[in-house]
Design a binder for this molecule. Structure first.
Ligand code: ADP
Length: 475
Protein backbone atom coordinates (compact mmCIF):
# COMPACT_ATOMS: atom_id res chain seq x y z
CA UNK A 1 0.00 0.00 0.00
CA UNK A 2 2.72 2.41 1.02
CA UNK A 3 4.87 1.46 -1.93
CA UNK A 4 1.95 1.95 -4.26
CA UNK A 5 1.27 5.46 -2.99
CA UNK A 6 4.92 6.28 -3.39
CA UNK A 7 4.89 5.15 -6.99
CA UNK A 8 1.63 6.80 -7.95
CA UNK A 9 2.71 8.84 -10.96
CA UNK A 10 -0.68 10.48 -11.17
CA UNK A 11 -0.73 11.75 -7.61
CA UNK A 12 -0.80 15.48 -6.98
CA UNK A 13 2.23 14.99 -4.83
CA UNK A 14 4.29 13.39 -7.58
CA UNK A 15 3.09 15.76 -10.28
CA UNK A 16 3.73 18.80 -8.16
CA UNK A 17 7.14 17.57 -7.30
CA UNK A 18 8.04 16.79 -10.92
CA UNK A 19 6.71 20.13 -12.16
CA UNK A 20 8.53 22.06 -9.51
CA UNK A 21 11.76 20.27 -10.34
CA UNK A 22 11.18 20.84 -14.06
CA UNK A 23 10.70 24.56 -13.52
CA UNK A 24 13.83 24.75 -11.38
CA UNK A 25 15.86 22.86 -13.96
CA UNK A 26 14.39 25.04 -16.71
CA UNK A 27 15.47 28.20 -14.92
CA UNK A 28 18.95 26.82 -14.40
CA UNK A 29 19.25 25.85 -18.07
CA UNK A 30 18.28 29.37 -19.07
CA UNK A 31 20.88 30.82 -16.71
CA UNK A 32 23.50 28.44 -18.12
CA UNK A 33 22.61 29.38 -21.63
CA UNK A 34 22.75 33.09 -20.89
CA UNK A 35 26.03 32.78 -19.08
CA UNK A 36 27.93 30.54 -21.40
CA UNK A 37 26.56 31.56 -24.74
CA UNK A 38 25.18 35.05 -24.58
CA UNK A 39 27.87 36.38 -22.26
CA UNK A 40 30.45 35.50 -24.89
CA UNK A 41 28.50 37.24 -27.57
CA UNK A 42 27.76 40.19 -25.38
CA UNK A 43 31.45 40.57 -24.62
CA UNK A 44 32.30 40.41 -28.28
CA UNK A 45 29.78 43.08 -29.23
CA UNK A 46 31.09 45.23 -26.44
CA UNK A 47 34.65 44.76 -27.68
CA UNK A 48 33.68 45.61 -31.27
CA UNK A 49 31.96 48.79 -30.06
CA UNK A 50 35.02 49.66 -28.03
CA UNK A 51 37.32 49.13 -31.03
CA UNK A 52 35.05 51.30 -33.16
CA UNK A 53 35.03 54.06 -30.57
CA UNK A 54 38.79 53.95 -30.17
CA UNK A 55 39.30 54.07 -33.93
CA UNK A 56 37.03 57.11 -34.21
CA UNK A 57 38.90 58.87 -31.42
CA UNK A 58 42.29 58.13 -32.98
CA UNK A 59 41.12 59.26 -36.42
CA UNK A 60 39.86 62.44 -34.90
CA UNK A 61 43.13 63.15 -33.11
CA UNK A 62 45.13 62.19 -36.19
CA UNK A 63 43.29 64.68 -38.36
CA UNK A 64 42.94 67.54 -35.88
CA UNK A 65 45.69 67.30 -33.35
CA UNK A 66 48.53 65.21 -34.74
CA UNK A 67 50.95 66.41 -32.04
CA UNK A 68 49.10 64.55 -29.34
CA UNK A 69 48.66 61.44 -31.42
CA UNK A 70 51.20 59.08 -29.92
CA UNK A 71 50.31 59.96 -26.35
CA UNK A 72 46.64 59.60 -27.08
CA UNK A 73 47.02 56.23 -28.77
CA UNK A 74 49.28 54.94 -26.02
CA UNK A 75 46.77 55.84 -23.32
CA UNK A 76 43.82 54.45 -25.27
CA UNK A 77 45.70 51.23 -25.85
CA UNK A 78 46.42 50.91 -22.15
CA UNK A 79 42.93 51.80 -21.02
CA UNK A 80 41.11 49.54 -23.41
CA UNK A 81 43.59 46.71 -23.52
CA UNK A 82 44.05 47.03 -27.28
CA UNK A 83 47.01 46.62 -29.59
CA UNK A 84 47.10 49.57 -31.97
CA UNK A 85 49.30 49.98 -35.04
CA UNK A 86 49.45 52.81 -37.46
CA UNK A 87 51.08 52.54 -40.82
CA UNK A 88 51.81 55.56 -42.90
CA UNK A 89 54.24 55.80 -45.79
CA UNK A 90 55.99 52.62 -44.82
CA UNK A 91 56.39 53.54 -41.15
CA UNK A 92 54.67 51.38 -38.57
CA UNK A 93 53.85 52.76 -35.14
CA UNK A 94 53.08 50.17 -32.50
CA UNK A 95 51.25 50.59 -29.19
CA UNK A 96 50.69 47.83 -26.74
CA UNK A 97 48.90 47.74 -23.39
CA UNK A 98 51.82 45.72 -21.99
CA UNK A 99 55.53 46.38 -21.80
CA UNK A 100 56.36 43.52 -24.07
CA UNK A 101 56.24 44.61 -27.68
CA UNK A 102 57.93 41.75 -29.41
CA UNK A 103 55.14 39.23 -29.05
CA UNK A 104 52.30 41.31 -30.49
CA UNK A 105 54.43 42.48 -33.35
CA UNK A 106 55.25 38.94 -34.15
CA UNK A 107 51.70 37.70 -33.51
CA UNK A 108 49.73 40.34 -35.33
CA UNK A 109 51.99 41.66 -38.07
CA UNK A 110 51.30 38.65 -40.21
CA UNK A 111 47.65 39.75 -40.35
CA UNK A 112 48.45 43.19 -41.77
CA UNK A 113 48.71 42.17 -45.45
CA UNK A 114 45.40 40.38 -45.20
CA UNK A 115 43.71 43.40 -43.65
CA UNK A 116 45.17 45.69 -46.31
CA UNK A 117 44.00 43.35 -49.04
CA UNK A 118 40.50 43.12 -47.60
CA UNK A 119 40.19 46.84 -47.31
CA UNK A 120 41.33 47.37 -50.88
CA UNK A 121 38.79 44.80 -52.07
CA UNK A 122 35.97 46.29 -50.02
CA UNK A 123 34.24 49.52 -50.86
CA UNK A 124 34.20 50.55 -47.24
CA UNK A 125 37.11 52.03 -45.32
CA UNK A 126 36.72 49.66 -42.39
CA UNK A 127 37.14 45.88 -42.17
CA UNK A 128 37.30 43.46 -39.28
CA UNK A 129 37.41 39.73 -38.58
CA UNK A 130 38.21 37.25 -35.87
CA UNK A 131 41.18 34.95 -35.96
CA UNK A 132 43.12 32.87 -33.58
CA UNK A 133 46.76 32.26 -33.22
CA UNK A 134 47.41 28.54 -33.27
CA UNK A 135 49.01 28.30 -29.82
CA UNK A 136 46.44 30.46 -28.08
CA UNK A 137 43.15 29.40 -26.56
CA UNK A 138 41.27 32.51 -27.39
CA UNK A 139 40.34 34.45 -30.49
CA UNK A 140 41.46 37.93 -31.44
CA UNK A 141 39.50 40.61 -33.21
CA UNK A 142 41.41 42.21 -36.08
CA UNK A 143 40.29 45.63 -37.24
CA UNK A 144 41.58 47.94 -39.93
CA UNK A 145 40.56 51.44 -40.86
CA UNK A 146 41.72 53.48 -43.79
CA UNK A 147 42.32 57.13 -42.99
CA UNK A 148 42.61 59.09 -46.22
CA UNK A 149 45.35 61.70 -46.44
CA UNK A 150 45.49 64.78 -48.58
CA UNK A 151 48.66 63.59 -50.32
CA UNK A 152 47.10 60.40 -51.63
CA UNK A 153 49.12 58.14 -49.33
CA UNK A 154 46.57 56.57 -47.02
CA UNK A 155 47.19 55.79 -43.39
CA UNK A 156 46.16 52.40 -42.06
CA UNK A 157 44.96 52.11 -38.50
CA UNK A 158 45.08 48.55 -37.19
CA UNK A 159 43.55 47.54 -33.90
CA UNK A 160 43.83 44.04 -32.38
CA UNK A 161 41.58 43.15 -29.50
CA UNK A 162 42.26 39.80 -27.81
CA UNK A 163 39.00 38.27 -26.64
CA UNK A 164 40.65 36.23 -23.90
CA UNK A 165 39.25 37.77 -20.76
CA UNK A 166 35.75 36.49 -21.42
CA UNK A 167 36.93 32.92 -21.75
CA UNK A 168 38.41 32.90 -18.32
CA UNK A 169 35.44 34.76 -16.87
CA UNK A 170 33.06 32.27 -18.38
CA UNK A 171 35.15 29.42 -17.04
CA UNK A 172 35.05 30.90 -13.56
CA UNK A 173 31.36 31.59 -13.83
CA UNK A 174 30.70 28.12 -15.15
CA UNK A 175 32.47 26.60 -12.24
CA UNK A 176 30.53 28.76 -9.86
CA UNK A 177 27.33 28.06 -11.68
CA UNK A 178 27.91 24.35 -11.42
CA UNK A 179 28.08 24.70 -7.65
CA UNK A 180 25.04 26.94 -7.62
CA UNK A 181 23.19 24.44 -9.82
CA UNK A 182 23.93 21.51 -7.56
CA UNK A 183 22.90 23.45 -4.45
CA UNK A 184 19.80 24.86 -6.18
CA UNK A 185 18.75 21.42 -7.37
CA UNK A 186 19.12 19.92 -3.91
CA UNK A 187 17.12 22.79 -2.41
CA UNK A 188 14.47 22.56 -5.17
CA UNK A 189 14.26 18.80 -4.70
CA UNK A 190 13.74 19.07 -0.95
CA UNK A 191 11.46 22.07 -1.19
CA UNK A 192 9.30 20.39 -3.84
CA UNK A 193 9.13 17.29 -1.70
CA UNK A 194 8.06 19.23 1.39
CA UNK A 195 5.59 21.41 -0.53
CA UNK A 196 3.98 18.52 -2.38
CA UNK A 197 3.70 16.51 0.81
CA UNK A 198 2.15 19.44 2.63
CA UNK A 199 -0.44 19.96 -0.09
CA UNK A 200 -1.28 16.30 -0.52
CA UNK A 201 -1.50 15.58 3.20
CA UNK A 202 -4.84 17.33 3.81
CA UNK A 203 -6.18 15.67 0.66
CA UNK A 204 -5.15 12.29 1.98
CA UNK A 205 -6.91 13.13 5.26
CA UNK A 206 -10.06 14.06 3.35
CA UNK A 207 -9.91 10.78 1.43
CA UNK A 208 -9.63 8.88 4.69
CA UNK A 209 -12.61 10.70 6.22
CA UNK A 210 -14.64 10.40 3.03
CA UNK A 211 -14.04 6.66 3.11
CA UNK A 212 -15.44 6.53 6.63
CA UNK A 213 -18.39 8.59 5.45
CA UNK A 214 -18.91 6.16 2.59
CA UNK A 215 -19.00 3.34 5.10
CA UNK A 216 -21.86 5.03 6.92
CA UNK A 217 -20.06 6.93 9.66
CA UNK A 218 -21.78 10.31 9.59
CA UNK A 219 -19.95 11.64 12.62
CA UNK A 220 -16.77 12.49 10.67
CA UNK A 221 -15.75 16.12 10.33
CA UNK A 222 -13.49 17.26 7.53
CA UNK A 223 -10.73 19.64 8.53
CA UNK A 224 -11.51 23.06 7.06
CA UNK A 225 -8.63 24.88 8.68
CA UNK A 226 -5.77 23.84 6.41
CA UNK A 227 -3.58 26.58 4.89
CA UNK A 228 -5.29 26.06 1.52
CA UNK A 229 -8.60 27.79 0.85
CA UNK A 230 -9.62 25.40 -1.97
CA UNK A 231 -9.23 22.42 0.31
CA UNK A 232 -11.08 24.27 3.08
CA UNK A 233 -13.95 24.95 0.70
CA UNK A 234 -14.04 21.29 -0.27
CA UNK A 235 -14.05 20.31 3.41
CA UNK A 236 -16.87 22.70 4.22
CA UNK A 237 -18.93 21.28 1.33
CA UNK A 238 -18.23 17.75 2.53
CA UNK A 239 -19.15 18.70 6.09
CA UNK A 240 -22.50 19.93 4.82
CA UNK A 241 -22.88 16.76 2.76
CA UNK A 242 -22.15 14.55 5.73
CA UNK A 243 -24.81 16.33 7.81
CA UNK A 244 -27.32 15.95 4.98
CA UNK A 245 -26.41 12.32 4.49
CA UNK A 246 -26.76 11.68 8.20
CA UNK A 247 -30.20 13.23 8.14
CA UNK A 248 -31.19 11.33 5.01
CA UNK A 249 -30.01 8.18 6.70
CA UNK A 250 -32.15 8.92 9.76
CA UNK A 251 -35.12 9.76 7.62
CA UNK A 252 -34.70 6.50 5.75
CA UNK A 253 -34.61 4.57 9.01
CA UNK A 254 -37.65 6.50 10.26
CA UNK A 255 -39.34 5.91 6.94
CA UNK A 256 -39.30 2.17 7.32
CA UNK A 257 -40.45 2.44 10.91
CA UNK A 258 -43.20 4.91 9.96
CA UNK A 259 -44.44 3.04 6.93
CA UNK A 260 -44.69 -0.20 8.83
CA UNK A 261 -46.37 1.57 11.73
CA UNK A 262 -48.73 3.48 9.45
CA UNK A 263 -49.76 0.30 7.68
CA UNK A 264 -49.93 -1.78 10.82
CA UNK A 265 -52.42 0.47 12.63
CA UNK A 266 -55.18 0.35 9.98
CA UNK A 267 -54.47 -3.33 9.30
CA UNK A 268 -54.92 -4.18 12.99
CA UNK A 269 -58.11 -2.16 13.08
CA UNK A 270 -59.46 -3.78 9.93
CA UNK A 271 -58.65 -7.21 11.28
CA UNK A 272 -60.26 -6.63 14.65
CA UNK A 273 -63.40 -5.09 13.18
CA UNK A 274 -63.70 -7.89 10.63
CA UNK A 275 -63.43 -10.38 13.51
CA UNK A 276 -66.04 -8.48 15.43
CA UNK A 277 -68.43 -8.64 12.48
CA UNK A 278 -67.78 -12.36 12.13
CA UNK A 279 -68.14 -13.16 15.82
CA UNK A 280 -70.49 -10.53 17.21
CA UNK A 281 -72.16 -8.03 15.00
CA UNK A 282 -72.89 -10.14 11.90
CA UNK A 283 -76.56 -10.30 12.80
CA UNK A 284 -76.90 -6.83 14.20
CA UNK A 285 -77.31 -4.51 11.18
CA UNK A 286 -76.66 -1.33 13.17
CA UNK A 287 -73.48 -2.58 14.80
CA UNK A 288 -72.38 -4.24 11.57
CA UNK A 289 -72.83 -0.97 9.71
CA UNK A 290 -70.76 0.85 12.33
CA UNK A 291 -67.98 -1.72 12.18
CA UNK A 292 -68.00 -1.81 8.40
CA UNK A 293 -67.69 1.97 8.23
CA UNK A 294 -64.56 1.79 10.42
CA UNK A 295 -63.13 -0.82 8.04
CA UNK A 296 -63.93 1.40 5.06
CA UNK A 297 -62.42 4.48 6.74
CA UNK A 298 -59.23 2.62 7.56
CA UNK A 299 -59.05 1.22 4.02
CA UNK A 300 -59.38 4.77 2.69
CA UNK A 301 -56.61 5.93 4.98
CA UNK A 302 -54.35 3.14 3.78
CA UNK A 303 -55.20 3.88 0.17
CA UNK A 304 -54.39 7.55 0.71
CA UNK A 305 -51.13 6.69 2.39
CA UNK A 306 -50.06 4.38 -0.42
CA UNK A 307 -51.19 6.88 -3.07
CA UNK A 308 -49.29 9.68 -1.34
CA UNK A 309 -46.19 7.54 -1.14
CA UNK A 310 -46.22 6.58 -4.78
CA UNK A 311 -47.10 10.13 -5.84
CA UNK A 312 -44.22 11.51 -3.85
CA UNK A 313 -41.71 9.02 -5.18
CA UNK A 314 -42.86 9.76 -8.75
CA UNK A 315 -42.42 13.48 -8.15
CA UNK A 316 -39.07 13.03 -6.52
CA UNK A 317 -37.83 11.05 -9.48
CA UNK A 318 -39.17 13.82 -11.69
CA UNK A 319 -41.25 11.26 -13.50
CA UNK A 320 -44.30 13.45 -13.68
CA UNK A 321 -45.07 16.13 -16.22
CA UNK A 322 -47.04 19.17 -15.15
CA UNK A 323 -50.33 19.47 -16.93
CA UNK A 324 -50.43 23.27 -17.28
CA UNK A 325 -53.60 25.20 -17.91
CA UNK A 326 -55.07 28.63 -17.12
CA UNK A 327 -57.47 28.57 -14.20
CA UNK A 328 -58.85 30.80 -11.50
CA UNK A 329 -57.07 30.27 -8.18
CA UNK A 330 -59.91 31.64 -6.07
CA UNK A 331 -62.36 29.26 -7.75
CA UNK A 332 -60.06 26.39 -6.88
CA UNK A 333 -59.86 27.53 -3.24
CA UNK A 334 -63.62 28.00 -3.05
CA UNK A 335 -64.17 24.52 -4.43
CA UNK A 336 -61.94 22.93 -1.80
CA UNK A 337 -63.42 25.07 0.97
CA UNK A 338 -66.89 23.86 0.03
CA UNK A 339 -65.87 20.31 1.00
CA UNK A 340 -65.10 21.63 4.47
CA UNK A 341 -68.51 23.25 4.96
CA UNK A 342 -69.61 20.19 6.85
CA UNK A 343 -66.99 20.94 9.50
CA UNK A 344 -68.40 24.44 9.79
CA UNK A 345 -71.84 23.07 10.45
CA UNK A 346 -70.94 20.15 12.69
CA UNK A 347 -67.73 20.96 14.48
CA UNK A 348 -67.73 24.70 14.90
CA UNK A 349 -64.98 25.53 12.42
CA UNK A 350 -65.05 28.94 10.79
CA UNK A 351 -63.50 29.51 7.39
CA UNK A 352 -62.77 33.03 6.14
CA UNK A 353 -61.82 33.52 2.50
CA UNK A 354 -60.54 36.78 1.01
CA UNK A 355 -59.63 37.03 -2.67
CA UNK A 356 -59.75 39.52 -5.56
CA UNK A 357 -62.25 38.82 -8.31
CA UNK A 358 -60.16 37.27 -11.00
CA UNK A 359 -57.03 35.41 -10.06
CA UNK A 360 -55.90 33.55 -13.17
CA UNK A 361 -52.68 31.58 -13.11
CA UNK A 362 -51.01 29.08 -15.42
CA UNK A 363 -50.31 25.91 -13.46
CA UNK A 364 -51.25 22.27 -12.98
CA UNK A 365 -54.75 22.76 -11.59
CA UNK A 366 -55.19 19.33 -10.02
CA UNK A 367 -51.85 19.50 -8.25
CA UNK A 368 -52.29 23.06 -7.03
CA UNK A 369 -55.66 21.97 -5.63
CA UNK A 370 -53.83 19.18 -3.86
CA UNK A 371 -51.45 21.77 -2.35
CA UNK A 372 -54.35 23.91 -1.12
CA UNK A 373 -56.13 20.85 0.18
CA UNK A 374 -53.07 19.60 2.09
CA UNK A 375 -52.48 23.04 3.63
CA UNK A 376 -56.14 23.39 4.60
CA UNK A 377 -56.19 19.84 5.94
CA UNK A 378 -53.19 20.65 8.15
CA UNK A 379 -54.78 23.90 9.34
CA UNK A 380 -57.86 21.93 10.35
CA UNK A 381 -55.75 19.21 12.00
CA UNK A 382 -53.47 21.55 13.92
CA UNK A 383 -55.66 24.57 14.70
CA UNK A 384 -56.43 23.37 18.19
CA UNK A 385 -59.35 25.03 19.96
CA UNK A 386 -59.34 28.20 17.90
CA UNK A 387 -61.18 26.87 14.91
CA UNK A 388 -60.96 29.97 12.76
CA UNK A 389 -59.06 29.37 9.53
CA UNK A 390 -58.38 32.10 7.00
CA UNK A 391 -57.43 31.74 3.35
CA UNK A 392 -56.17 34.89 1.63
CA UNK A 393 -55.26 35.44 -2.01
CA UNK A 394 -53.25 38.62 -2.40
CA UNK A 395 -51.91 40.26 -5.53
CA UNK A 396 -48.20 40.83 -5.10
CA UNK A 397 -46.64 42.39 -8.18
CA UNK A 398 -46.90 39.80 -10.95
CA UNK A 399 -47.80 37.10 -8.46
CA UNK A 400 -50.75 35.80 -6.50
CA UNK A 401 -49.90 34.82 -2.97
CA UNK A 402 -52.10 32.22 -1.32
CA UNK A 403 -52.02 32.15 2.49
CA UNK A 404 -53.57 29.55 4.74
CA UNK A 405 -53.70 30.88 8.30
CA UNK A 406 -54.59 29.08 11.50
CA UNK A 407 -54.35 30.14 15.14
CA UNK A 408 -53.28 26.84 16.58
CA UNK A 409 -50.22 25.99 18.61
CA UNK A 410 -47.80 26.83 15.82
CA UNK A 411 -44.51 25.12 15.07
CA UNK A 412 -41.36 25.61 17.17
CA UNK A 413 -38.60 27.34 15.21
CA UNK A 414 -36.21 24.39 15.43
CA UNK A 415 -38.69 22.15 13.63
CA UNK A 416 -39.57 24.61 10.89
CA UNK A 417 -36.92 23.57 8.35
CA UNK A 418 -37.83 19.88 8.71
CA UNK A 419 -41.59 19.90 8.36
CA UNK A 420 -41.21 19.65 4.57
CA UNK A 421 -39.30 16.38 4.88
CA UNK A 422 -40.94 13.07 4.21
CA UNK A 423 -42.44 11.42 7.28
CA UNK A 424 -41.50 14.31 9.48
CA UNK A 425 -43.88 15.12 12.25
CA UNK A 426 -43.29 17.61 15.00
CA UNK A 427 -42.84 15.48 18.05
CA UNK A 428 -45.46 15.74 20.76
CA UNK A 429 -47.85 17.09 18.27
CA UNK A 430 -50.94 18.68 19.49
CA UNK A 431 -53.07 17.37 16.69
CA UNK A 432 -54.62 13.96 16.43
CA UNK A 433 -51.57 11.79 16.60
CA UNK A 434 -52.41 9.18 14.01
CA UNK A 435 -54.25 11.45 11.64
CA UNK A 436 -51.38 12.24 9.30
CA UNK A 437 -48.86 10.37 7.23
CA UNK A 438 -46.14 13.01 7.45
CA UNK A 439 -46.19 13.17 3.68
CA UNK A 440 -48.58 16.08 3.13
CA UNK A 441 -46.05 18.89 3.26
CA UNK A 442 -43.39 17.03 1.30
CA UNK A 443 -45.96 16.58 -1.47
CA UNK A 444 -46.69 20.32 -1.24
CA UNK A 445 -42.98 21.04 -1.47
CA UNK A 446 -42.50 18.77 -4.49
CA UNK A 447 -45.45 20.23 -6.40
CA UNK A 448 -44.46 23.83 -5.71
CA UNK A 449 -40.83 23.11 -6.56
CA UNK A 450 -41.91 21.62 -9.88
CA UNK A 451 -43.78 24.89 -10.48
CA UNK A 452 -40.70 26.91 -9.48
CA UNK A 453 -42.99 28.62 -7.01
CA UNK A 454 -41.96 30.53 -3.94
CA UNK A 455 -43.40 28.99 -0.76
CA UNK A 456 -42.89 28.82 2.97
CA UNK A 457 -44.28 29.11 6.44
CA UNK A 458 -44.35 31.73 9.13
CA UNK A 459 -45.19 30.25 12.50
CA UNK A 460 -45.13 31.23 16.13
CA UNK A 461 -45.69 28.88 19.02
CA UNK A 462 -49.13 29.43 20.58
CA UNK A 463 -50.05 32.00 17.93
CA UNK A 464 -50.51 29.91 14.83
CA UNK A 465 -49.05 29.31 11.41
CA UNK A 466 -49.30 30.94 8.03
CA UNK A 467 -48.42 28.64 5.13
CA UNK A 468 -48.07 30.45 1.82
CA UNK A 469 -47.10 29.99 -1.82
CA UNK A 470 -46.91 32.28 -4.81
CA UNK A 471 -47.83 31.66 -8.43
CA UNK A 472 -47.21 33.98 -11.33
CA UNK A 473 -50.36 35.78 -12.48
CA UNK A 474 -51.53 34.81 -15.95
CA UNK A 475 -51.18 37.71 -18.39
P1 ADP B 1 -48.96 15.19 8.61
O1 ADP B 1 -49.58 14.20 7.76
O2 ADP B 1 -48.34 14.63 9.84
O3 ADP B 1 -49.79 16.39 8.86
P2 ADP B 1 -47.40 16.96 6.97
O4 ADP B 1 -46.27 16.70 6.07
O5 ADP B 1 -48.62 17.55 6.38
O6 ADP B 1 -47.70 15.64 7.74
O7 ADP B 1 -46.90 17.91 8.11
C1 ADP B 1 -45.69 17.62 8.76
C2 ADP B 1 -45.74 18.13 10.18
O8 ADP B 1 -45.73 19.55 10.18
C3 ADP B 1 -46.99 17.75 10.91
O9 ADP B 1 -46.87 16.50 11.49
C4 ADP B 1 -47.10 18.85 11.95
O10 ADP B 1 -46.29 18.53 13.05
C5 ADP B 1 -46.50 20.05 11.25
N1 ADP B 1 -47.53 20.94 10.72
C6 ADP B 1 -47.98 21.01 9.48
N2 ADP B 1 -48.93 21.97 9.34
C7 ADP B 1 -49.08 22.55 10.54
C8 ADP B 1 -49.89 23.60 11.08
N3 ADP B 1 -50.78 24.28 10.32
N4 ADP B 1 -49.75 23.91 12.40
C9 ADP B 1 -48.89 23.25 13.18
N5 ADP B 1 -48.08 22.23 12.74
C10 ADP B 1 -48.17 21.88 11.44
Amino acid sequence: MKLKSRLDFKSIRFRLWVNFLAVSIGILVIVWFLQSFLLNRYYETMKIDQVNDVSTLITHTYINNADNLTREIASLSMESDLYVMMESQGTLLLFTPEQDTVMPVYKYRSELPKLRRLISESDKNVVSYKFSVSYEQYETLAFCKLIPNSDDTPTFLYIFAPLYPVQSTVTILKEQLLNVTIIALIIAFLFALVLSTRISKPLAAITKDAKKMGEGDYTVTFDDRTPYSEINRLSRTLNKAVVEMGRADNIQKDLIANVSHDLKTPLTLIRSYAEMIRDLSGDNPKKREEHLSVILKETDRMTKLVTDMSELSKMQNRKIELNLSDFDLSEAVAEILSTYRILEENEGYHFIFNAPKKTFVTADEARIKQVISNLLGNAVKYCGNNREITVNILKKGHFYRVEVIDHGKGIPEDFLPHIWDRYYRVSDNYGRSDSGSGLGLSIVKQILTLHNAEFGVISKVNEGSTFYFELEAHR
